[in-house]
Each structure stands twice: as structure tokens, then as C-alpha cells.
Design a protein. Structure first.
Length: 110
């Protein structure tokens, strides 16, 4: 009888440890699934949008022999106008060099 009681106590303790481990693992997987891939996807979409803007500026410069005069002209080159996925993300444009850069390039800030 005592041996059976000891086995039950050990099994209950092992079950409690296993349950605790699986709950922690479930929460970790849920956090990773919800946050990281979404932020990475948003940043990837924003980088693709910036690349499209760079291509449009390059094509404009090839045709016109100069870079677009301002940011509004760059926006007019792509239809629909650029829409960034990361909250607060935007781009900067330098008309002297034709350089297009993103404000947010870190997925952790996305």
C-alpha cells in the first residue's frame, strides 16, 4: 500500500512538471507565432515598397535625365501611392541623389 502511494505521488509530481512545461511552451509558441512573423512580414512588405519606389525613380531618371524634383513627384510615379505596413513607417527622398530610404528598418519596431 505504501509503495502504491509513493508511485502515485511521484506520478502526480511528474504530471505537474510536464503540465507546467507544456503550458510554458504553448505560451512561447503563441508569442512567437503572433509577433515575430507578422513584424517580419510587415517589414518585408515595406522594403519591397521602398524597392519599387527606387525602381520608379531610376526609370524616371533614365527617361528624363534627372531625378524627380520632390517627394510628391515620386508618389505620382507609382499607382496606387505607397502604403507602408509598419505603423509609423514612411520614406525619405533626396532629390539630389535620388535616394529613397525607409524610416523604420528594424522588425522589432514594426
Amino acid at each position: 500500500m505504501v509503495e502504491l502511494l509513493i508511485v502515485l505521488v511521484v506520478l502526480a509530481f511528474a504530471g505537474m512538471l510536464a503540465l507546467s512545461y507544456f503550458r510554458a511552451t504553448e505560451e512561447t509558441v503563441k508569442t512567437i507565432t503572433e509577433q515575430a512573423p507578422l513584424a517580419q512580414s510587415r517589414l518585408a512588405a515595406d522594403l519591397a515598397t521602398a524597392a519599387a519606389l527606387r525602381r520608379a525613380v531610376s526609370i524616371y531618371a533614365s527617361r528624363e535625365g534627372r531625378f524627380p524634383p520632390d517627394r510628391a513627384a515620386v508618389d505620382a510615379l507609382v499607382q496606387p501611392p505607397p502604403n507602408f505596413q509598419c505603423p509609423g513607417n514612411t520614406y525619405t527622398y533626396d532629390p539630389q541623389s535620388g535616394r529613397v530610404t525607409l524610416a523604420i528598418t528594424d522588425a522589432a519596431r514594426c
